[in-house]
Design a protein around this ligand. Structure first.
Ligand code: NDP
Ligand SMILES: CC(C)CCC[C@@H](C)[C@H]1CC=C2C3=C(CC[C@@]21C)[C@@]1(C)CC[C@H](O)C(C)(C)[C@@H]1CC3
Length: 423
């Protein structure tokens, strides 16, 4: 323990408002989830209504909710461990080794199991719309699970070797380190907890919750609305894309840089499924009519966003994995002192984070089917823009520290961060 502290004592830079932020966020964000869900189900759906429509304490818990969450996580764990698909290596760690990760998200067997199970649920007439009624107890359970997981991660990190600790989550302040995460890639045997949580239970759970909202709408109004179909379709595409390109997650900031603590445990298990599905839930209580023209415009917007998001992410992944690949070999680059090069043409010469731009356009397309009468369906767009602006800033600081002058040259060559000529 002592030597860990000594070796990492340089990690004094604090993120998310430092110790104060790390103390307040774990209280404030879980309450925000419950608040947003309650507002979303209320007839007014106004985020500013007073008094807020908080659920009575008796409605917070339901004995079925922990069972559903436990079965769901166990099923996802089983599918994660299925020995199908390939095994891929992550980036080089501080001790010079690389971790191996199962890549089976897009494997037919895993997709089939999800398809067959959901088909079976619908065929057996299982009331998936019940998820709408159970949403608050489910969220309470997911929040409790993320707290327990974060506590377990914090405690076990004291047995982790020095090189396995994250540089940003070892300040010695227990609340801050609990929030940021001390250990970089905690594993039980070959089961990688962070990688599993990032892509499986919460992300796929979001799609299932959306489907539950669609089924609730069918129960209430006999058929799903066009707006509901669009929201479900767009978000299904987004999650399928994440699983299809699962390997690309291995080079994201969360896997490479961030420790696994409360922030990611809560983000993955509670925040993503329960706030990202707000638009579908909103449509159950506040049905919207969409003209074919408006629907076409929204589909087009989502398509453009998705194109930019996918192409730019794939270009960077390809370049980082194999810079001599024909699809990236001709792009202009600048050298850095680390030996790695930075792209200054192609998507990464357009703005510094073209992938964020695409993601934000998609976020707008997910809100528009809900109309413009309420702010609530735009919560995701607003939160996400703030998250990405903050993330861009964190990433820029890390890149400046890594690449020094070369990063400054890149910033001069590509002056805009996310939106050309605006930001
Ligand atoms: N839906 C959601 O809730 C969220 C979605 N996302 C999405 O996740 C995706 C991944 O995002 P994120 O992990 O933040 O970061 P990025 O995928 O944008 O990766 C940033 C890294 O890319 C490398 N890089 C930056 N500029 C260049 C360049 N010019 N040439 C080559 N490499 C470069 C650097 O790492 P290095 O040089 O070390 O390789 C940098 O640290 C994005 O599409 C984002 O929109 C992110 C957060 C939340
Ligand atoms: C609540 C906290 C203050 C913030 C939590 C942030 C997390 C919710 C996000 C951090 C990075 C994420 C990514 C995705 C989901 C949201 C979180 C966990 C991602 C898996 C979504 C799908 C994408 O295709 C992706 C590129 C794989 C994303 C990776 C980052």
């Amino acid at each position: 323990m002592k030597s860990n502290k000594r070796a990492l004592s340089h990690s004094t830079e604090r993120e998310f408002g430092g110790a104060l932020g790390a103390t307040l966020i774990p209280v404030f964000l879980p309450l925000t989830v419950l608040y947003l869900l309650s507002v979303c189900r209320s007839p007014g759906a106004s985020v500013l209504q007073w008094p807020p429509p908080l659920p009575p304490t008796a409605h917070l818990l339901d004995p079925v909710a922990p069972v559903i969450i436990a079965v769901w996580v166990a099923l996802q764990g089983f599918l994660y461990l299925l020995p199908v698909g390939k095994v891929s290596e992550g980036l080089v760690l501080r001790d010079g080794t690389k971790l191996r990760y199962p890549i089976n998200g897009k494997e037919q067997q895993v997709c089939h199991v999800h398809g067959v199970l959901l088909g079976l649920c619908l065929w057996l007439g299982m009331p998936l719309g019940y998820l709408f009624d159970l949403i608050i107890p489910l969220a309470v359970c997911a929040i409790a699970t993320s707290y327990l997981l974060a506590l377990y991660l914090y405690i076990r990190s004291f047995w982790a070797p020095n090189h396995a600790l994250a540089l940003g989550g070892n300040t010695g302040n227990p609340l801050y380190d609990f929030f940021m995460g001390r250990e970089l890639n905690p594993r039980i045997g070959r089961f990688d907890l962070k990688y599993f949580c990032e892509l499986r239970p919460g992300l796929i759970g979001w799609v299932v919750l959306n489907l539950g909202m669609l089924m609730k709408e069918v129960e209430l109004r006999d058929s799903p609305s066009l707006a509901m179909l669009l929201v479900n379709g767009f978000q299904l595409l987004y999650v399928s894309d994440a699983l299809w390109n699962e390997e690309a997650v291995l080079t994201t900031m969360d896997i490479v840089h961030d420790g696994f603590g409360f922030m990611l445990a809560f983000g993955d298990l509670a925040w993503v499924p329960f706030t990202y599905s707000l638009q579908a839930m909103f449509l159950v209580v506040h049905p919207q009519t969409l003209s074919p023209l408006a629907a076409t415009g929204i589909v087009l917007l989502n398509g453009i966003g998705y194109y930019i998001f996918r192409k730019s992410n794939s270009q960077k992944n390809q370049f980082r994995r194999n810079p001599t690949h024909p699809s990236v070999a001709n792009l202009e680059t600048i050298a850095t002192a680390t030996g790695k090069r930075l792209l200054v043409s192609g998507w990464w010469g357009f703005v510094r984070h073209p992938n964020y731009l695409g993601d934000i356009l998609m976020a707008l397309a997910w809100s528009l089917p809900c109309g413009v009468s309420h702010l609530l369906p735009y919560f995701y767009l607003i939160y996400f823009t703030v998250l990405l602006v903050h993330r861009e800033d964190r990433d820029a600081r890390q890149c400046r520290a890594k690449y020094g002058l070369a990063w400054d040259t890149y910033c001069r060559r590509v002056p805009y961060r996310i939106i050309p000529y605006v930001y």
